[in-house]
Design a protein around this ligand. Structure first.
Ligand code: ATP
Length: 198
């Protein structure tokens, strides 16, 4: 099976995440995409992040209408922080029939790859599938890491979780920036109203 692995903080999951997963599914000819919320995101350790169960519930709500999307809480079983290399190793053990793993990331994450734990090992276990994202002042990614990657042919998506949180915090609606099911959760649980995280 060709399986897309889509990790993220998902605080909250937005329509960009869903479009990225769908483009990856089609252009990389994947059988399915597994969304994996980070238990403790290594790059956001200093930031306030919403509790894992809440982010997990929002990702379930976001993906439930697509039979080729699923959600894994595997990072809850691993020691924090949630390094991708550990997650991929755990998936290899838990899901041996997932023969070919494709790690879906935005191009901003590709630029950060050299700072990840054991990036060469990550690339040995999974092929990168990269969605373009505008990164102000960005330089080209390290050729060593970009070499085997599939760069998706797709339009930039001017949406981010921070933008959604900022809109809600400033009293504006984020409706349609999120799937309705996630927006309903944000409203009913009064998320993101005051400060970063919730
Ligand atoms: P935040 O604004 O809080 O940093 P985010 O919108 O980047 O959050 P994450 O959950 O951190 O969302 O991202 C998960 C993955 O999705 C990352 O690889 C990120 O690069 C990618 N991603 C998220 N939004 C976009 C986008 N608009 N375009 C391309 N990639 C994106």
């Amino acid at each position: 099976m060709d399986v897309g692995i889509f990790g993220g903080t998902f605080d909250p999951p937005h329509i960009g995440h869903l479009i990225i997963a769908q483009e990856a599914l089609e252009q990389a000819r994947l059988d399915c995409v597994v969304f994996i919320p980070a238990m403790v995101p290594p790059h956001k350790r200093d930031a306030r992040v919403s509790p894992f169960p809440l982010r997990l519930a929002m990702v379930h709500a976001a993906t439930s209408t697509n039979p080729r999307f699923s959600v894994s809480d595997i990072e809850a079983t691993l020691p924090p922080p949630s390094f991708t290399v550990d997650t991929l190793r755990a998936l290899r053990r838990a899901e041996p029939e997932w023969r070919d793993l494709h790690l879906i990331i935005g191009s901003d994450s590709l630029l950060e790859l050299p700072t990840w734990r054991m990036p060469e090992e990550v690339l040995r276990m999974a092929r990168l599938v990269v969605y373009p994202r505008a990164v102000p002042g960005a330089t080209d990614p390290s050729p060593a890491y970009a070499a085997g990657a599939l760069f998706l042919d797709a339009s930039h998506l001017p949406v981010s979780s921070s933008l959604v949180r900022q809109r809600v915090r400033s009293g504006r609606s984020a409706r349609y920036w999120l799937p309705d099911s996630v927006w309903d959760l944000v409203v009913s649980r009064r998320l993101y109203l005051s400060e970063e995280g919730s």
